[in-house]
Design a protein around this ligand. Structure first.
Ligand SMILES: Nc1ncnc2c1ncn2[C@@H]1O[C@H](COP(=O)(O)OP(=O)(O)OP(=O)(O)O)[C@@H](O)[C@H]1O
Length: 559
């Protein structure tokens, strides 16, 4: 009896296998040799071969999510015989430029690229293209980088400050019931943040805003439901201001909202058959929702929640129309970029909202030197060390790519005055992230050194990474804490303040995680200060055996 069952089971298994193979082979794509020096792992191949209308590729930094996405894109381009419209998009300009550099390395790509219409661009560029076609000539083709984002937020803050100040002096405000009056701390940047958050999440009717969960907005300052009525009034006034005084100016958050609002006016010919989205965690909720709507046949997104360093939202993927449960979510586990030693350090950072990388869940293809942390009493000494290190690298490893990551975060004046940058420029060819697309040629020997903030290098990688601001003023960024303190007023002992403070620390750890995980071979974290105690507090998450310390005693801080 049992042997008969076994034979039947075996036959069924064989049949299932044959059916599965036949199904797989119909769309089988020969991924071999498409990009130089890459042989996809079985794990990656199975993601490339699996066709779904919606799919999520998950994985920690360096597991090949972007690469796998590019292979899926090449697969579609090769297998579709009729011309298709295909979009590869992400939030940051540099990442899109990087993907373009990668795909250009494939000779297959050059063979098949004219078969289809392929757009490789940021969300905003794609949205501006469609919006202009359907009657919004004000949609701009903006370069999305940190400097432009800061400039743009500053402009909005100036408008919202003027708006709140005038409103609070008005007769109308005086007549408001007490419970709808605002606190002083609701002024300025708070209103700017709130309006942008409302737009990013589509809460642009009074009732939806009144009833929504303000996830991601923190607790400080408190905002009661009744006060939301006043904020909504100010939002409306702000919109009128944009129309009248700023000639129908569009905020970046308006691009997705307009696509959704005028969705029926978008002809099918402007939508995409296939959409591929990299670093999906950086997109705002309405942006992702618009992309889901624009994908006629399939949308594949890839991301890593530990690298989410932009604004948060109350929505799940499902709420936004992305159904990626079960086999439609794929996880990649082998790290092809960083050494085990680098990932060990990065993985010890503890987050409150994202699961830590478990090292025993990950595999590595290379090992290398332990990361190091250096304290220097002055920035002159730090610069001197950095220059010497770069000289040694360029002598021993002339093909190497090098990034120096700072935390001036879009402050163009601070960047221009940065003594480390000045010193580097005396010795080397140095570029900033806005020059990355034009000046950074992966095929050339002796590439320029990239001097960049941590946001602009999302998705990029370098053989050697130097972080120059590993101190308590920059991780966490002092300006963010000062802003929270300003908003808290006398409320600094409240639980709400503590929770918001923790949320900032968590975000800032993610910035650090992104920065460290850009390194392939070696990473050095460096800081200066009056004494070694000015070290970044996140060092307490590190195990002392995971890094070499210079200029201070690691046993004081680390686990
Ligand atoms: N199978 C492979 N063989 C060789 N190299 C690989 C393989 N898979 C990925 N890589 C390389 O590993 C590096 C990291 O890949 P990729 O940038 O796609 O990772 P990622 O998961 O998107 O990272 P991040 O989340 O940091 O953007 C790249 O240099 C890529 O070429």
């Amino acid at each position: 009896m049992s042997s008969m069952q076994t034979t039947a089971d075996l036959r069924k298994k064989r049949l299932d296998f044959a059916r599965r193979s036949a199904r797989a082979w119909q769309n089988y794509f020969d991924a071999h040799g498409l990009l130089p020096n890459i042989t996809l792992s079985p794990e990656q191949i199975s993601v490339v071969q699996q066709d779904e209308d919606q799919m999520l590729i998950n994985g920690s930094a360096g597991t090949g999510k972007s690469l796998t996405l590019i292979y899926k894109l090449l697969k579609v381009m090769e297998q579709e015989n009729e011309p298709k419209r295909i979009l590869y998009c992400s939030f940051n300009t540099t990442l899109v430029e990087d993907a373009r550099k990668r795909i250009e390395q494939s000779s297959k790509f050059h063979e098949i690229k004219d078969k289809h219409t392929l757009h490789m661009e940021t969300f905003h560029y794609m949205a501006a293209r469609i919006l202009r076609e359907i009657g919004f000539p004000n949609a701009e083709f903006l370069r999305i980088n940190l400097e432009n984002l800061r400039r743009y937020e500053d402009a909005i803050t100036r408008r919202t400050i003027a708006l709140v100040d005038t409103f609070m002096e008005s007769e109308e405000y005086k007549k408001l019931p007490l419970e709808q009056k605002l606190y002083k701390t609701h002024a300025g940047t708070f209103l700017m943040d709130e309006i942008l958050w409302m737009k990013a999440n589509g809460f642009v009717t009074e009732e939806s805003y009144y009833h929504c969960e303000r996830a991601g907005r923190g607790n400080i300052p408190r905002l009661t439901k009744e006060q939301r009525r006043t904020i909504f009034y100010l939002y409306k006034e702000y919109e009128k201001m944009l129309k009248k005084q700023f000639h129908d100016h569009l905020d970046l958050e308006d691009y997705a909202l307009l696509l959704l609002k005028y969705f029926d006016d978008i002809p099918d010919s402007l939508k995409y058959d296939y959409i591929f989205v990299d670093e999906v965690q950086d997109l705002q909720a309405m942006q992702l929702k618009a992309l889901v709507g624009l994908a006629k046949k399939s949308i594949v997104v890839s991301g890593d929640p530990k690298q989410r360093i932009y604004k948060r939202s109350p929505f799940s993927y499902r709420d936004l129309g992305l159904h990626i449960e079960g086999r439609k979510t794929k996880n990649l586990r082998t790290n092809y970029r960083s050494t085990k030693q680098i990932m060990k350090l990065a993985s010890s950072l503890e987050f409150i909202d994202a699961e830590n990388d478990r090292l025993d869940d990950q595999r590595f293809v290379r090992e290398g030197k332990k990361p190091s942390i250096y304290f220097f009493p002055s920035s002159k000494e730090l610069s001197c060390h950095l220059v010497n290190q770069v000289k040694v690298i360029q002598k021993n490893d002339p093909d190497a790519t090098i990034a120096v990551i700072h935390r001036h975060d879009g402050d163009t004046y601070a960047i221009s005055q940065c003594s480390v940058l000045m010193e580097l420029k005396k010795h080397f060819d140095v570029i900033t992230s806005s020059q990355y697309g034009r000046r950074f040629d992966l095929n050339k020997q002796k590439k320029p050194i990239l001097f960049t903030d941590a946001y602009s290098v999302k998705g990029l990688e370098f053989d050697y990474v130097f972080l120059i601001h590993f101190d308590r003023d920059h991780y966490p960024n002092k300006k963010r804490i000062e802003e929270l303190d300003k908003r808290a007023g006398d409320n600094k002992n409240s639980d709400g303040y503590k929770a918001d403070f923790e949320a900032i620390l968590n975000d800032e750890k993610k910035v650090l995680y992104v920065a460290i995980t850009r390194a392939k071979k070696e990473v050095q974290l460096m800081y200066t200060g009056r004494n070694f105690r000015s070290i970044c507090p996140f060092v307490r998450n590190f195990y002392k055996e995971d890094y070499d310390a210079f200029g201070f005693d690691s046993s004081i801080y680390s686990k």
